[in-house]
Write a new protein. Structure first.
Length: 299
């Protein structure tokens, strides 16, 4: 095929030898199958911001840290240089996440590097050496669905242990090879601690995956993995070794209004008593009235 304009520099520099074909075109990138020496891999060409249809990208970028203060200021101002830096940040976020998650035990494509808006990475294939299908193109038995769902929940848990939330996880962002599921598409990954949308997006990720597998194993619809994991995360109890059950009891404690009102009334009475004492002092009352009845409160 004709070499796409964005991939020509990589061919010229010897980073890839040939472009074999287009694999897919998504909302933020187009992915090609390329040859690099004897290896067949992927080249993910990120689309320019003006061409991306990824909506509400600002929600995903909230809380992302930029080490260089000059770049951070430029990004805030939205200057031409700032927009360029925003694009590079968007692209390198995926590369960083791939390395981090692979080290944590999450199955993701192995990255080979990002060059001028093109991410080179491992091509995930099936047993026959063909491009691995997406999850939405695969059917399961009940037992297979339960097994795969358990693996995905474990991967989501490991991601959260690393402080990351995929943010756009669904059956369209998971590949299936002979070893099981592989999570892909991570440029929008968010910081669980710094992004105000993290809890909502985390819940959506878990719900998307559970609803898909529940087609084959309906009992999964009654699980509460999102609430269970997020509660453990918020209480600093989530670890890679945490055993997930899918169960979560929300303890809703009714406010004891009477006790609260008693505390308020007591505090008000004490305040009024102190005001009366101050007023009496200002009028020069007898020394016998000179003891502050609120003294015990201070002591």
């Amino acid at each position: 095929m004709k070499i796409p304009k964005r991939l020509q520099p990589l061919v010229d520099e010897g980073l890839i030898d040939d472009v074999l074909g287009q694999l897919m075109s998504g909302k933020e990138a187009t992915v090609y199958m390329v040859r690099r020496g004897d290896e067949i891999c992927c080249a993910k060409v990120y689309k320019e911001a003006s061409q991306r249809s990824f909506k509400q990208a600002v929600q995903y970028q909230e809380g992302r840290k930029v080490r260089n203060t000059r770049r951070a200021r430029a990004m805030e101002k939205g200057s031409k240089f700032g927009r360029q830096q925003q694009e590079e940040s968007w692209q390198h976020t995926e590369v960083d996440a791939l390395y981090k998650l692979a080290a944590a035990g999450v199955r993701v494509p192995t990255p080979y590097g990002c060059y001028d808006g093109v991410l080179l990475m491992e091509l995930i294939t099936d047993e026959a050496g063909l491009v691995a299908p997406r999850l939405n193109d695969v059917s399961f038995t009940e037992a297979e669905a339960l097994s795969h769902h358990r693996i995905i929940m474990d991967y989501i848990k490991l991601m959260l242990c690393e402080g990351l939330v995929h943010g756009d996880l669904s059956e369209f962002n998971v590949l299936i090879d002979d070893k099981g599921p592989v999570i892909i598409d991570l440029p929008q990954v968010i910081d669980a601690a710094a992004n105000n949308n993290a809890k909502r997006m985390f819940g959506r990720d878990v719900t998307n995956m559970t609803e898909y597998y529940a087609q084959f194993a309906p009992q999964l619809s009654d699980t509460a993995y999102a609430k269970e994991m997020w509660h453990l995360y918020e209480t600093s109890a989530l670890t890679p070794q945490s055993e997930l059950t899918g169960l979560f009891d929300e303890v809703l404690v009714d406010a004891d209004v009477d006790s609260v009102m008693e505390e308020i009334n007591a505090a008000f009475a004490e305040h009024e008593q102190h005001k009366a004492w101050v007023k009496a002092q200002s009028k020069g009352q007898d020394k016998q009235e000179d003891e502050d009845p609120s003294e015990a409160w201070y002591n």
